[in-house]
Design a protein around this ligand. Structure first.
Ligand SMILES: [Zn+2]
Length: 260
C-alpha cells in the first residue's frame, strides 16, 4: 500500500516542534511521498529547502492569490531557478480567491498573477496546482483561454458537477480533501461518486482542512489515509484499488519517482 499526500503546507511554524515525528507518522500510515506547496516567495524558498533535506517531500513553488502583489521578472526568475532542482516539480499554489478578496482591483491583480504563473509553468513544462475559491466563473474562462495548454489539478475542488465535467473534458485532475468527510458535505460526495478514478488526487492541505475525526485540530499528511478510505467507501471501491490508482495518478501528473 502506497499513498501520496498531493497537497500540504508542512514547511511552516505549525510543525516547528514535531516535524520529524509528523513525517514518521505519515510513513506509518503508508504515505510514501508528500507534495508541499509554497504560497509566497518566502514559503516557496522554505518549501524548496525542505524538499532538499527530506527524501519523501517534493515541492511546488508559486504565489497564492491571498498573497497578492505585483510580480516582477525577478520573481519569475527566482521561481524558475528553484525548479532546476529535481525535487521541485510544479508551479503552485496559484489561482483565484474571491472569498477572502472582495476588492475589485486586487481581484484583477490576482488574475494577472495567476495568468503570469500559468505562462511560466508552460515555459518550464511543469504541472500547476490551482486554488479556486468562489471564483469559478473567472477560473473557467482563464483555463479555457490562457490556460488551455496547461496541465494540473484543481485542488480541493468545490465547484458544481457541471464545472467538474468541463474540467475533466479539458484534461484536469480534481483534488479531494478532508471536508468530504464532514456530515454537512452533500454535493461533494455526489460529485466524487461520478468522477473517473483516473482523475482523482487525494490531499490534506495540512495544516488546514482536517478530516473527521480530527476536524478542528491541526491536519497532517498521515490523515490523507482517512480521507482516501472515506472517498473509496463513498465510491463503493476497495480501498486498495482506490489507493493504487490515485497514487498512480499523482505520479503521472507530477512525474514522481515510483521507487521510494
Ligand atoms: Zn493549499
Amino acid at each position: 500500500m502506497e499513498l501520496i499526500d498531493t497537497h500540504a503546507h508542512i514547511d511552516g511554524e505549525a510543525y516547528a516542534e514535531d516535524r520529524s515525528e509528523m513525517l514518521v507518522r505519515a510513513k506509518q500510515a503508508d504515505v510514501v511521498q508528500i507534495i508541499n506547496f509554497g504560497d509566497s516567495m518566502e514559503s516557496s524558498a522554505r518549501s524548496a529547502a525542505l524538499a532538499e533535506s527530506e527524501p519523501m517531500v517534493f515541492t511546488g513553488v508559486g504565489v497564492h492569490p491571498e498573497e497578492v502583489f505585483k510580480m516582477t521578472d525577478a520573481d519569475d526568475e527566482q521561481l524558475a531557478a528553484w525548479t532546476k532542482s529535481p525535487k521541485v516539480i510544479a508551479i503552485g499554489e496559484i489561482g483565484l480567491d474571491y472569498y477572502w478578496e472582495k476588492d475589485q482591483e486586487k481581484r484583477a491583480l490576482q488574475r494577472e498573477m495567476f495568468i503570469r504563473q500559468l505562462s511560466l509553468a508552460r515555459e518550464l513544462d511543469l504541472p500547476v496546482c490551482i486554488h479556486d475559491r468562489e471564483a469559478h466563473g473567472d477560473m473557467m474562462s482563464i483555463l479555457k483561454t490562457e490556460g488551455r495548454k496547461n496541465r494540473g489539478v484543481i485542488h480541493c475542488f468545490s465547484g458544481s458537477w457541471e464545472m467538474a465535467a468541463e474540467l475533466l473534458k479539458l484534461g484536469w485532475y480534481l483534488g479531494i480533501d478532508g471536508p468530504i468527510t464532514y456530515k454537512n458535505a452533500v454535493k461533494a460526495p455526489e460529485i466524487l461518486r461520478k468522477l473517473p478514478l483516473e482523475r482523482i488526487l487525494v490531499e490534506t492541505d495540512s495544516p488546514y482542512l482536517s478530516p473527521q475525526p480530527y476536524r478542528g485540530k491541526r491536519n497532517e499528511p498521515a490523515y490523507v489515509r482517512t480521507t482516501a478510505e472515506f472517498a473509496a467507501s463513498v465510491r463503493g471501491e476497495a480501498f486498495e484499488e482506490f489507493a493504487l490508482q490515485t497514487t498512480k495518478n499523482a505520479r503521472e501528473l507530477y512525474s514522481l519517482p515510483s521507487k521510494v
